[in-house]
Design a protein around this ligand. Structure first.
Ligand code: MD3
Ligand code: FE
Length: 207
């Protein structure tokens, strides 16, 4: 069983791999720069008409939202051009993190890239737009720290907090795959590699 510093157990299916992506952080940030030159970060609109505070782009199959709903697309709806390829280095990182967490054979086909400026957050939600719920999701945090909130299968379930820092990887699958989760507003800070922002990459099996 994996525990936090004070012995509070994470639920089955949730793994926190501290510093797992640290050695690749520079390479990942360079990739984000290249991707965003082609597929710029944008604040997508929810079906309810609210702009999300985290700016987003994608590689591989891309998660999008607009007034019509949430879905995965091969093309960036803003340009009509295919999202940039999912780099093999990112696929490999996802595979190794999943394997280290007990999920064998994970092969992501898309990665949502979230950019949080100070104050940006993500409300409690479930990730339910993927076609294969037997596959885990792998999250990589870069830059400023953040507090993840996660609960259970029901919106009203009590929540726990985990602080995630630059280079940390969180994997959730199995019984935790459909747990509600969110991100608290990012606090002011400066990170040597990203300045005043936080990035999160989520590797997913979209189809
Ligand atoms: C699920 N992104 O893009 S996953 C998303 O920091 C998203 O941008 C987060 O949620 C972000 O859909 C990273 C955070 C997370 C943390 C713990 C969990 C999801 C979890 C525990 C159980 C289930
Ligand atoms: Fe999510």
């Amino acid at each position: 069983m994996q525990d936090d510093l004070f012995g509070v157990a994470y639920p089955p299916g949730l793994a926190v791999l501290r510093g797992f992506a640290l050695a690749q952080a520079g390479e990942l940030l360079e990739m984000i720069g290249q991707v965003s030159a082609v597929a710029p970060f944008r604040n997508m609109v929810t079906p309810g008409g609210h702009a999300m505070s985290a700016a987003m782009t994608n590689v591989g199959l891309g998660w999008v939202t607009d007034r019509k709903g949430y879905r995965y697309t091969a093309e960036d709806p803003q340009t009509g051009v295919t999202w940039p390829d999912l780099p093999e280095a990112l696929v490999g990182l996802g595979e190794r993190a999943a394997e280290a967490s007990g999920f064998t054979g994970f092969r992501p086909d898309g990665c949502l890239i979230n950019r949080y400026s100070v104050g940006a957050k993500m409300g409690l939600h479930q990730d339910i737009n993927e076609g294969d719920m037997t596959a885990p999701i792998v999250s990589v945090s870069l830059g400023l720290p953040a507090v993840f909130l996660f609960g259970g299968l029901n919106r009203g379930d009590s929540t726990m907090k985990i602080v995630v820092e630059h280079g940390d990887v969180v994997v959730w699958g199995g019984p935790a795959r459909l747990y509600y989760h969110g991100v608290m507003p990012v606090k002011v800070g400066q990170h040597p590699l990203t300045g005043g922002v936080r990035y999160n990459l989520t590797l997913r099996k979209a189809v």
